[in-house]
Design a protein around this ligand. Structure first.
Ligand code: NAD
Length: 255
C-alpha cells in the first residue's frame, strides 16, 4: 500500500521555485499532495517548474507567479494574487530565492553587498512577515515556515562575505520568528545546505567545487532532492514538535 500523502490539499508557497533547490522542493511538495504557488523573479523558470509538477488529487492547479522578494510592494502583490487565486493564505512557505555575488572582503563593493543582503535577508524577512500575517489574520492556527540558510552562514567561506552574512542573518531571523509565532501555532525552521549541485554552484570554478566535494565526509556534492526531502519533513506534521531548529544538510561538511 502506498504511504499516505503528508501534505494533502495544503497550499504551499515556494520562492525561488523556478530553479535548482526551489524547483526540487516544489516537486516534492506536490508529490506529497500539496498545491504549490511557485514564485520566482524568473517567471519563465517558475512556469517551467509548474509544467513539471504532478497534478493534485483535487484537480486544482499549481500556479506560477512572478515576484521580486527584495521589494515589499512586489511581495504584497504576490500575497494578494495568491489570496485571489486560492482563497487562502499559504500554510507552508519555503523561502528559497537567493543570489550570490562573490568577492573577497578586500574587493567587495558596497552595491554588491547591499544587493545580496536585500535579496537573501530582506527578501526572507518580507516573505516570512507577509505569510505570517496572512496566517494570523486567517484565524486558523498552524503553518510551517521554512527558510533557506546555508552552512556558510555558520562557518564563513572565502570570497562569500556578503552571502555568509546574509545567511547568518536568515538563521537569526528564523529563530526569532519561531519564538514570536509559536503562540499562533506557526513553526519556523531554517535549513542549512552544504554544497548542492545547482545552477548556483555551477557558477563556482570547477576546481573549487572539486575541492569541496573532496572535503565532504559523504564524498560528494548534495542533490537538490536531498534538501527537498528535509523541507517536506519540516512542512509536515511529522515535525510538529520542531521549531526554531537549524537543520544541516551537508553530507557532514564542517562538522
Ligand atoms: P538557483 O540560482 O538555482 O535558484 C535561485 C532562484 O532564486 C532562481 O530561480 C532565481 O531566479 C531566484 N531569485 C533570485 N533573486 C530573486 C528575487 N529577488 N526574487 C525572486 N526570486 C529570485 O540557486 P539554488 O542553488 O537552487 O539556491 C536556492 C537557495 O538555496 C538559495 O537561497 C541559496 O542561497 C541556498 N543554498 C544553496 C546552496 C547550493 O549549494 N546550491 C547551498 C546553500 C544554500
Amino acid at each position: 500500500m502506498a504511504a499516505p500523502l503528508r501534505l494533502r490539499a495544503t497550499l504551499a508557497l515556494v520562492t525561488g521555485g523556478g530553479s535548482g533547490i526551489g524547483r526540487a522542493i516544489c516537486t516534492r511538495l506536490a508529490e506529497e499532495g500539496a498545491l504549490v504557488a511557485v514564485a520566482d523573479q524568473n517567471e519563465a523558470g517558475a512556469a517551467e517548474t509548474v509544467r513539471g509538477l504532478p497534478r493534485g488529487e483535487s484537480g486544482r492547479e499549481h500556479e506560477a507567479f512572478g515576484v521580486d522578494v527584495s521589494s515589499a510592494q512586489s511581495v504584497g502583490e504576490l500575497m494578494a494574487r495568491i489570496q485571489a487565486r486560492f482563497s487562502t493564505p499559504p500554510r507552508v512557505c519555503v523561502s528559497c530565492a537567493g543570489i550570490t555575488m562573490d568577492e573577497f572582503l578586500l574587493k567587495q563593493t558596497e552595491a554588491a553587498f547591499d544587493k545580496v543582503l536585500q535579496v537573501n535577508l530582506k527578501g526572507t524577512f518580507l516573505v516570512t512577515q507577509a505569510v505570517a500575517r496572512g496566517l494570523v489574520e486567517s484565524g486558523a492556527p498552524g503553518g510551517s515556515i521554512i527558510n533557506m540558510g546555508s552552512i556558510v552562514g555558520k562557518v564563513g567561506n572565502l570570497g562569500q562575505v556578503s552571502y555568509a552574512a546574509s545567511k547568518a542573518g536568515v538563521e537569526g531571523l528564523t529563530k526569532t520568528a519561531a519564538k514570536e509565532l509559536a503562540r499562533f501555532g506557526i513553526r519556523c525552521n531554517v535549513v542549512l545546505p552544504g554544497f548542492i549541485a545547482t545552477p548556483m554552484t555551477d557558477k563556482m570554478p570547477p576546481k573549487v567545487l572539486q575541492k569541496f566535494a573532496g572535503m565532504v565526509p559523504l564524498g560528494r556534492l548534495g542533490d537538490p532532492k536531498e534538501v527537498a526531502d528535509v523541507c517536506v519533513f519540516l512542512a509536515s506534521e511529522e515535525s510538529r514538535y520542531i521549531t526554531g531548529a537549524s537543520v544541516e544538510v551537508t553530507g557532514g561538511l564542517f562538522l
